[in-house]
Design a protein around this ligand. Structure first.
Ligand code: NDP
Length: 449
């Protein structure tokens, strides 16, 4: 990348000083602002209207207490967040994450990335994100319900079908969305689409569950095809994580003739050269909520290794990191390159560190950044919002076809922007620029807001 201008360097310095301790937000903002530096000469109006200064500041941050009573009758307290980052092109949209690591910096990095991701989908949705440091792991259904009801009791004051529409993320799946939706309805009496990822019996969309994983594979397929690097057929694929994104990425990779040889959870990874059996993973993770280590008790050809970083030592042609942020460091990236990896698609948000990303870009490995490659989930969430407004249910095939079109379009827009600004093949820069321009235009048009 070209050297950073004084203006952008100072902006990054100020952002770091003003948002102390928010390391993930600093990381995401640095990557994005350095990309946007490339377009400032052509767009003096961004400077005249202080677009970047406004862009890095959330419109609103809500932080709240979430008290709830556990199965032993003891009062527990967690912290809840909703960051409404940017509504220039539509109502805030972005998931809720329930994980003990959640803090303001993580929610801000996710919300910031979400602005550009949502813009890239071509749909009218702004960027937001929320969550809590609550850990659903090891909690009973009853405890999860009590927590979700308490969380929504505060959150309902800040969301609405045309205001802010949250969805799932790590630790928030169909069960949690159901409990939160029920509580919203009970408090307001309204049956409206205030959450996406709902169950099919009460306003959910077909293909929403599959959307992020399928979309990721559609994106990577298009990236490989357009770079004459073949497709998934006959390729070995490593997918980290074994949650929503990872499971449905596996399903689509397998449909397209690839073999998923390794998957993980936060404790360790499994490796099976014959291919990981998806039904077993689904049963363990979606139904029984157990550890991935249990897999090797059922499939003798597989091995389990403690610790999740080691998964990147498994040789593969395609890597789809789909667990969490910063799960591929520089060393892991170098190992992937050494082992002949052709393409990396980020299913998770920011799973590659900045150093790891640079290793891929310098080595000529095709690299699909999360805000482009994993945008399928939010795209189908927006389609769920359309169906809710129209009170219609679309078929799986219709939603899946729209998803595929959207992912191909995101790839093309990112590729076009990268080329236009002299960085052909760098989809990190391309996605940042393509996503940003529409938001910047809308911010300027709406004046000092
Ligand atoms: P899930 O909660 O369904 O699954 C998360 C998976 O990642 C689990 O296997 C989990 O292991 C593992 N994991 C979580 N934290 C860590 C950690 N610190 N280290 C290693 N592994 C970890 O979440 P999703 O599949 O929904 O989300 C995965 C990623 O994809 C996240 O980055 C999310 O932001 C991103 N994403 C999700 C979208 C969606 O539609 N769901 C949309 C776009 C992006 P364990 O079971 O042990 O907890």
């Amino acid at each position: 990348m070209a050297s950073t201008s004084k203006y952008v360097s100072e902006l990054i310095e100020k952002l770091i000083a003003k948002n102390k301790g928010e390391s993930e937000f600093h990381q995401a903002a640095t990557e994005i602002l350095e990309s946007l530096d490339l377009i400032l000469d052509k767009h003096p109006e961004y400077l005249e209207n202080s677009v970047l200064e406004r862009f890095v500041e959330p419109e609103r941050v809500v932080m709240f207490r979430v008290p709830w009573v556990d199965d032993k009758g003891k009062m527990q307290v967690n912290r809840g967040f909703r960051v409404q980052f940017n509504s220039a092109i539509g109502p805030y949209k972005g998931g809720l994450r329930f994980h003990p690591s959640v803090n303001l910096g993580i929610i801000k990095f996710l919300g910031f990335e979400q602005i550009l991701k949502n813009s890239l989908t071509g749909l009218a949705i702004g960027g937001g994100k929320g969550g809590s440091d609550f850990d659903p792991k090891g909690k009973s259904d009853n405890e999860v319900m009590h927590f979700c009801q308490s969380f929504m009791t505060e959150l309902h004051k800040h969301i609405g079908a045309d205001v802010d529409v949250p969805a799932g993320d790590i630790g928030v799946g169909g069960r949690e969305i159901g409990y939160m939706y029920g509580q919203y309805k009970r408090m307001t009496g309204l049956s409206v689409g205030i959450l996406t990822g709902k169950g099919l019996s009460y306003g959910g969309s077909l293909a929403r569950t599959e959307a992020t994983g399928y979309g990721l594979v559609y994106f990577v397929e298009e990236m490989m095809r357009s770079n004459h690097k073949g497709d998934f057929n006959g390729k070995n694929v490593v997918i980290s994580g074994s949650g929503n994104v990872a499971i449905y990425a596996h399903q689509k990779v397998t449909d397209l003739g690839g073999t998923v040889v390794a998957m993980s959870d936060s404790a360790g990874y499994i490796y099976d050269p014959k291919g990981i059996n998806l039904d077993t993973v689904k049963q363990l993770k979606e139904v029984e909520r157990k550890r991935i280590s249990e897999y090797v008790k059922i499939h003798k050809s597989a091995t389990y290794t403690e610790g999740c970083f080691g998964i990147w030592n498994v040789p593969c042609e395609i890597a789809l990191p789909s667990a969490t942020q910063n799960e591929i460091d520089e060393q892991s990236a170098k190992t992937l390159v050494k082992n002949g990896c052709l393409a990396v698609g980020e299913g998770a948000n920011m799973p590659a560190t900045l150093d790891a990303t640079n290793v891929f870009l310098k080595s000529g490995v095709l690299f699909g950044p999360g805000k482009a490659a994993n945008a399928g989930g939010v795209a189908v969430s927006a389609l769920e919002m359309s169906q809710n407004s129209q009170r219609l249910d679309w078929t799986f095939e219709k939603v899946d076809a729209k998803l595929k079109d959207i992912m191909i379009n995101i790839f093309n827009e990112s590729a076009k922007a990268a080329k236009e600004y002299g960085h052909d093949g760098n989809y990190v820069i391309g996605a940042n620029i393509a996503g940003f321009k529409k938001v910047a235009e809308a911010m300027i048009a709406q004046g000092a807001v």
